[in-house]
Design a protein around this ligand. Sequence first.
Ligand code: CTP
Ligand code: CA
Ligand code: CA
Length: 621
Amino acid sequence: MSTAPRSRSSLWKGKEKAESNDFDDLDPVITYRTLLAQNLGALDPLRVIALCDSDAFYAACEMIRLNIPTKPLVVLQWQALIAVNYPARKFGITRMMKIQDAMKLCPELVVVHVATYQEGDKEPQYRENPDSRTHKVSLDLYRRESVKMLQLYKDGLPEGTEIEKASIDEAFMDLTKPIRQILLERYPYLSQVPDDAPMGLDTPLPPPPPVAWEHLGTLVPIDPSKDPSEEENVPSTWHDVALSIAAEAMEKARQKINAELGYTTSAGIARNKFLAKLCASYRKPMGQSILRNAAIPNYLKPMEFQKIRFLGGKLGESLANEFDVSTVGDLLSISLDDMQRRFGEESIWVYDILRGIDHTEVQAKQAVNKSMLASKNLPDGVFKLEEGFPWIRVLAAELALRLNEAREVTPNLWPKTIVMHVRNVKAQPTSRSKQAPWPFVKEVTVDVVAAAGNKLWKELIGTDVQTPMKVIGMSLAFTGIEGVETGLKSIDTFFKSGVKRPLDSVEDADTENVPEPLGAGSGQRNISKDPTTFICSRCGQRLTLPRSATRTEEERRAQMQKIQDEHEDFHVALEISKEVSFAERGRKPESKGKVRGEEKPKKKRRKESPKGIAKFFNKLS
Ligand code: CTP
Ligand code: CA
Ligand code: CA
């Protein structure tokens, strides 16, 4: 994928002319051959992708659970607001705010703390004032609703639509295939090359009919300086027709979700994933935005590139400093050669993205999460072996519940491995994990999971009381979860018969259950004196918050905390994927006595993290 765009770019414009003809592929000639071709993939000029994101998702889940459809509501996780519904946003309440300040802005605000587990709970409970020292948050409700929503997309969108879950509340849809079908049904004259077509199959299609955009969503303007009514008269292209068919389908699917589950959503519809995601927030909430190819240049050019999520951060800053530029339009003057000279071969993806080009595929993943991870930050630290056991029970309860719930949808799900990960700041290395094959027990109870967890914990920490310890985070995960084929009498006979399980692909850790922000008074971990910088003690990476990103000191701290938590999630996910790929290479896990730390050289591991746009799309948002 990394080399294809390069040849395409140089083929189409030639490197020297890179500055002049940006956006030169907006209205490609579509011939009968193109239309009748089956698998043009990401280079299909009729490609249509949608991204659908749920409005104020966690808040919406709580509104529906509590049956309070219109009240201003926020969701709390310890002291942090993690979701703010749109009625509350009208009062000026934002995610960065302190709950006390939010209450001042809106005294009738409904405040819901996310459900939590404490030791002994088989299921999470809603509590008014849970304590982060004894409780662990549960995002199970949101996960369950997320699964339902994804299922409805699958049921509601035309057959052949590829759907990729992108985060807990959003999904990408590739509608290219079904749209082609619909195009040919609606305009049957397109399926036959006319006898008098001068170039046979390579004859361009006749001009398309005008598109009636009303009721299909909001059009991103082609020329924002003009009256919007004039936009409707701009001649359409066959790609516009394709977009309008997608918009119809998306409108229907979104209505279905609203009618059956109560959630409102916003969608972006465009020619690729990047643009679909970007324009999904053009009109929010309850909006559906359509970005025609002709509208791409004026939409992208004035955009501050550092606001584009994956061009923010370090890369964005380097670009801004290196070239003294701030908008996408400014960056267009940098030639591909220049960019690659400064940022390496791979920066072609930046070059392309700035021109609205993205060939990333929508990848329908398995409906089942192949890993389940429960984690807990322990800001006060765990100093003794015994102090870990209650937490392991809490983590075990969550995992047991999640696996059993998943089995209600997909019976016979089975994890291959249980993995424990701990962060012990008194040990070297501070981050360690250990895995064991999951025992073939019939019922996955809290006791069984906790017993396996306890064993790993003892092995990781050691039973020697003299060993210094301060554990500030631990997680327990099931990995390699897969459905055992049906038709076998029972899971036990399956394993006893020694049938080989199919190899699965490397899976992602389910890090949706983000470790909670640290409790009050303990937010200094890893944060240097400068509140906008954080140096990871594990990999040495320096993460900096752009000054412009947030305004007050408070906001900066909160933002920094988030960046830090995300970074730590990344390490946990990395650990787990390492464990998984290890198992998948068919090697035996390390001998029981030996503790696995972070033994790979740092450079190598850094490479494993997805880069650029891949990282952007892999990220939960
Ligand atoms: N979330 C979170 N921490 C973050 C980002 C998101 O806990 N750093 C949770 C939020 O609680 C949210 C859900 O993930 O409800 C989805 O996030 P997002 O789509 O970014 O925001 P929404 O709350 O859904 O709001 P919007 O309507 O703007 O999409
Ligand atoms: Ca959302
Ligand atoms: Ca989202």
